[in-house]
Design a protein around this ligand. Structure first.
Ligand SMILES: Nc1ncnc2c1ncn2[C@@H]1O[C@H](COP(=O)(O)OP(=O)(O)O)[C@@H](O)[C@H]1O
Ligand SMILES: O=P(O)(O)OC[C@H](O)CO
Length: 484
């Protein structure tokens, strides 16, 4: 059996997979989100470790095994979230600064004003945005009181350190930091110096499918055999190992990734280039569109506005209306990612009337997930000069059938859901299985199976009219916060 760990933005999940890649048991727990100031989002890394360890023990217990019944562990994780810890005590030195946090937007503006964006982009494939880890590490050192001899890393590195004591990160996660040269596969000394991050404080970059160490956390000695950023994990778990295949994950944010093969193309249209994975001698790249707030908008309706009790309620609420009655919600709660890259955008609800109800807001939040995806698909189609034929979808919000149908309607192509919708963690389990000989790469491609397909039903005219109104709403949310 293989233990797959998915440390997501909203919660931690553990899955036990059998040799056929089927889920035997799983366990899930959410953890606290901290919003200390507008635009800031933090996690407690110690709580993340506790919650993650707890769900692993639960899943193992339910399966009736302990570590000695496992052949390997694969880890997948929310990316970019920056952790600093003391290498001797293993304790965090600051709250983790989450990928959605916008506190370094001004710093990114200054780096751009100094004309440095082209250098960062050419070496890392990324744009200069507060999303990525590099300026978060810099902030912790310069403003957060974190000492120079701290260890830094993203969540993969943090969990590996807690499990095995080793300080390493995988290529896919390293490629999200603004500090990693995605062609040379090494930390870039000049970029690290620009941001004042000591190279020695960064984890050792490693491939995605290889034994990284052993843990005794679950009884016996179990090899940790794979780490992969959750979006690249989903690309692997959706069997998109060939160039041109892509997927969209509906979680806290949405992330549309297409396999770009062994080249590392730099394309415009607000897209970023990222390492998909390094396996053996091969490194594959991917094109990515990152939408920051999708499922998180639904979470906000639940926890912030408190107009729903559970995310799943939105399905019935949306379906209770014949149309959106002109109500649009632009969930730019942490700025906008691709293709706009506007850290100063903020959430906007437009078109409200006295007849508007919580059903309108719920529907608008779901519609916004679909509209953002259409914009992302169009940007990738334009950049690549191709037209996506079908969208492979996964992640928590794919459970919402109303959303998936609406997505297919406004996109005008089928949306396909695989048998195991938790493809992020499946990807990590596959990679761990490949590293330890349970499967070959050919085997894992054969394990993918379709479970449901949503065909477009809406007329093109109606879809275009909805999208035109969405774009008008989008404009109103742009650059709302005035930069300092
Ligand atoms: N039925 C649903 N309808 C709409 N959104 C949902 C539904 N179920 C879950 N979500 C949203 O999906 C997200 C959880 O998905 P998940 O894949 O677990 O995310 P993550 O990996 O980011 O933690 C939450 O933000 C939640 O609001
Ligand atoms: O926690 P998720 O699944 O929304 O993923 C977060 C992404 O990795 C952020 O880049």
């Amino acid at each position: 059996m293989i233990l797959g760990i998915d440390q997501g933005t909203t919660g931690s999940r553990a899955f036990i997979f059998d040799e056929q890649g089927k889920v035997v048991t799983s366990a899930y727990s959410e953890f606290e989100q901290f919003f200390p100031r507008p635009g800031r989002v933090e996690h407690d890394a110690a709580e993340i470790w506790d919650v993650t360890r707890k769900v692993c023990h639960e899943a193992l217990q339910d399966a009736g095994i302990d570590g000695s019944g496992l052949t390997a562990i694969g880890i997948t994780n929310q990316r970019e979230t920056a952790v600093a810890w003391d290498g001797k005590t293993g304790e965090p030195l600051h709250r983790a600064i989450v990928w959605q946090d916008r506190r370094t937007a001004g710093r990114c503006d200054r780096l751009k004003a100094e004309g440095l964006e082209a250098m960062f982009r050419a070496r890392t494939g990324l744009v200069l945005d507060a999303y990525f880890s590099g300026t978060k590490y810099e902030w912790m050192l310069k403003e957060g009181g974190v000492p120079q001899d701290a260890l830094f890393g993203t969540i993969d590195a943090w969990l590996l350190f807690k499990l095995t004591g080793r300080h390493a990160t995988d290529y896919s996660n390293a490629s999200r930091t603004l500090l990693f040269n995605i062609r040379e596969l090494a930390w870039d000394a000049e970029l690290c110096e620009t941001l004042g991050v000591p190279i020695g404080s960064l984890p050792e970059p490693v491939r995605n499918a290889e034994v990284l160490g052993e843990t005794e956390e679950f009884g016996g000695k179990v090899p940790v055999a794979a780490m992969v950023g959750d979006q690249q994990g989903a690309l692997y778990g959706q069997a998109c190992q060939e160039p041109g295949l892509g997927k969209n994950t509906y979680g806290t944010g949405n992330f549309l990734l297409q396999n770009a093969g062994e080249g590392s193309p730099l394309l415009e249209q607000g897209l970023i280039t990222t390492i998909a994975w390094g396996i053996g001698d091969r490194v594959d790249y991917a094109l990515e569109s990152s939408m920051f707030v999708t499922g998180a908008g639904i979470q906000w309706l639940r926890d912030g506005l408190q107009i729903i009790e559970a995310a799943s309620e939105t399905e019935e609420l949306a379906g209770s209306l014949e149309t959106n009655d002109g109500v649009y919600f632009v969930p730019a709660l942490t700025g906008l990612g691709s293709p706009h890259w506007d850290p100063y955008a903020r959430g906007t609800i437009v078109g409200l009337t006295r007849g508007s109800t919580r059903a309108h807001i719920a529907r608008a939040a779901l519609e916004a997930i679909a509209y953002q995806t259409v914009d992302a698909v169009r940007a990738q189609n334009t950049a690549l000069g191709v037209r996506l034929k079908e969208l492979r979808a996964d992640g928590g919000a794919t459970a919402n059938a109303w959303l998936m149908q609406f997505q297919s309607d406004v996109l005008g192509v089928p949306v396909v859901i695989p048998e195991i919708a938790d493809t992020t963690v499946l990807g990590a389990a596959y990679l761990a299985g490949v590293a330890t000989g349970t499967w070959t790469e050919e085997d894992v491609k054969g394990l993918w199976a379709e479970s449901r397909r949503y065909e477009p039903r809406m007329s093109d005219d109606q879809a275009q009219s909805l999208l035109a109104d969405w774009r008008r709403a989008l404009q109103r949310s742009g650059r709302w916060v005035i930069p300092e």
